[in-house]
Design a protein around this ligand. Structure first.
Ligand SMILES: Nc1ncnc2c1ncn2[C@@H]1O[C@H](COP(=O)(O)OP(=O)(O)OP(=O)(O)O)[C@@H](O)[C@H]1O
Ligand SMILES: [Mg+2]
Length: 268
């Protein structure tokens, strides 16, 4: 093999990170087939990127996600935060939808590679929202059945990879609180510009708080006109040693410009 061929092969293997460092990729596998029509209609950042609008209201929802992206970029630049967990007090408040929309919006920055880690092993949604059927995932990795390179999945969205939840385990809490979980997050952190973590509801399951501790920052999702004050207060008490950065007010009618330390609103 000539020097040029060797250099080309090396370049193909390497990836220049957002922060300028070059890393050897974990070699994520690519989905064999996908059906664009199976992407959930609420993944508006994807539909926006292909010029299709799946939402009806006039509120500029994409602008809200772009503002949130800016806030995330700011904390990356000022504090080197790279891992963000999205949480909510209870079920169905929009954690997974927001996680994925934010991750996709981040990938729309040139050279920004993002991995979404589905740490909701009980009700995983990330692969489903993208219409993907992964082979294995985080649970299998935590059970030492496979290696990182075999479960990180490159998606059809440029620069977006996912580490899906994998086969449903019986010992969810033990797996997610194991030392290995920290090692996996560290590996992803070294490979990608941002690691965005989807989590189970804080009040329902004890593993959420330890997972949030692994993130540089935690973003709390509140469902407008639904989430009550008390569960939010209780969740924030449980998350007291986690770095809660701010709130996303999901399914809200009005778009506001502020999020960090205030409330960020999105509706579609
Ligand atoms: N802004 C929104 N506007 C309209 N529908 C939404 C919005 N956000 C989420 N949804 C819908 O609400 C439902 C719950 O959303 P999602 O699965 O993201 O919540 P979750 O908090 O991750 O739930 P779980 O606790 O079960 O993991 C889904 O059907 C989703 O499509
Ligand atoms: Mg979810």
């Amino acid at each position: 093999m000539s020097n040029i061929e060797k250099a080309l092969e090396k370049a193909a293997k390497e990836h220049k990170r957002f922060d300028g460092e070059t890393v050897e990729p974990v070699l994520p596998y690519v989905a064999e087939s996908f059906d664009e029509n199976k992407v959930d209609e609420h993944i508006v950042s994807y539909y926006d990127s292909i010029g299709r609008q799946t939402w009806t209201r006039t509120v500029p929802v994409m602008e809200s996600f772009r503002r949130l992206r800016l806030k995330i970029r700011n904390v990356f630049e000022t504090n080197s935060y790279k891992t963000f967990a999205f949480v909510s007090a209870s079920q169905g408040e929009g954690k997974s939808t927001t996680t994925l929309n934010v991750a996709i919006t981040l990938t729309q920055d040139i050279n920004c590679r993002v991995v979404v880690l589905d740490a909701d092993l009980r009700r995983p949604a990330i692969h489903r929202f993208l219409g993907l059927r992964p082979r294995k995932g985080l649970a299998n990795l935590l059970n030492n059945e496979t290696d990182v390179g075999s479960v990180v999945m490159e998606t059809f969205i440029p620069r977006l990879s996912i580490l899906p939840a994998g086969d449903k385990p019986r010992n969810t809490c033990e797996l997610l609180t194991s030392k290995k979980m920290g090692e996996i997050v560290a590996t992803l952190k070294s490979q990608f510009d941002f690691v965005i973590i989807d989590t189970p509801p804080v009040l329902a399951f004890s593993e959420t708080v330890p997972v949030c501790r692994l993130a540089d920052g935690v973003i709390f999702v509140i469902e407008a006109n639904h989430t009550k004050k008390r569960p939010v207060k209780r969740s924030l008490e449980l998350l007291q040693d986690c770095n809660v950065l701010g709130f996303v007010l999901n399914k809200e009618e009005i778009a506001s410009s502020d999020y960090y330390g205030h409330i960020y609103k999105t509706n579609y």
